[in-house]
Design a protein around this ligand. Structure first.
Ligand code: SF4
Length: 264
């Protein structure tokens, strides 16, 4: 049997169950010891690149299809170009207001147009683009920061029993103790959500009015996409010093801050 070149030899620890978001992990230590802390500006930069790519692809498609569309009706290409121009302009205006809202720390857009609707789609799309360039985790960390900032601006409050704290199964013992201490202090129910599907079920059954969710960047972005459109969520990402899905740690003071944002 031919031997694989050394660079292709893959070593994967078996002392953990990986979340599907980490399927391709090669067992090597994560960059910066799994700490992807990034400034919000990174998300705005990558989301701008994503919009340029999106509109560029649509424009190119229209350019290539124009001769065929003209055969259907001579005015079809012109109408579609105008529609693309209008959609592109609206998207950039929306993106600009989002940026301004974040910079001024003021909710300039209604919730369905900010952290609940198109923002979640842009976050997902941006994450895919960043993934192509190996920057996914950093950009997602930054995106979650922007999302949180937009959500905190609303100043929403709920009762203690109406808030749910969702945590993953990969927290280190020390971190888990800290999380349970905070939950106990504020009387907030805690659930360990091993998969996104389970998290959605817990939310469906418990019907909380707000959620504080803890997860790695990858799980957080897909989780927000599934849940944040329906219910207010604040997300807290983690540091993964031992690689994915094991011994994760987090900023407990930030967790307490997020819990207090809703219940105090
Ligand atoms: S939240 Fe933890 S268990 Fe879930 S995919 Fe991320 S690192 Fe793995």
């Amino acid at each position: 049997m031919a031997e694989l070149p050394r660079a292709q030899l893959i070593h994967i620890d078996v002392d953990r169950r990986l979340g599907h978001e980490w399927d391709e992990w090669d067992g090597r230590p994560l960059p910066n010891q799994g700490n992807y802390d990034s400034p919000p500006a990174l998300f705005f930069a990558w989301s701008a690149i994503t919009l340029v790519i999106l509109l560029g692809v649509l424009g190119l498609g229209l350019f290539l299809l124009a001769p065929r569309l003209q055969a259907v009706h001579s005015k079809v290409p012109a109408v579609l170009w105008s529609a693309l121009l209008v959609i592109g302009s609206l998207l950039w205006v929306w993106w600009g207001v989002l940026l301004l809202s974040h910079q001024l720390n003021r909710p300039l857009l209604p919730e369905p147009l900010a952290e609940r609707g198109p923002f979640l789609r842009l976050m997902r799309l941006t994450s895919r683009v960043a993934d192509r360039f190996g920057r996914r985790d950093w950009v997602e960390n930054s995106a979650v920061k922007v999302y949180n900032a937009l959500a905190v601006m609303r100043g929403r409050k709920v009762g203690q029993g109406e808030l749910l704290l969702l945590i993953p199964r990969c927290l280190s013992k020390v971190t888990l103790d800290g999380v349970l201490g905070i939950a106990g202090k504020y009387g907030v129910p805690v659930f360990v959500a091993t998969r996104g599907q389970l998290a959605r079920r817990v939310i469906r059954e418990r019907r909380p009015r707000a959620v504080v969710a803890v997860a790695c960047e990858r799980d957080m972005v897909s989780g927000l996409h599934d849940v944040a459109g329906k219910i207010p969520v604040l997300g807290l990402t983690m540091t993964l010093p031992s690689g994915p899905c094991k011994d994760a740690s987090l900023d407990l003071s930030r967790l307490e801050q997020w819990v207090r944002t809703y219940v105090v």
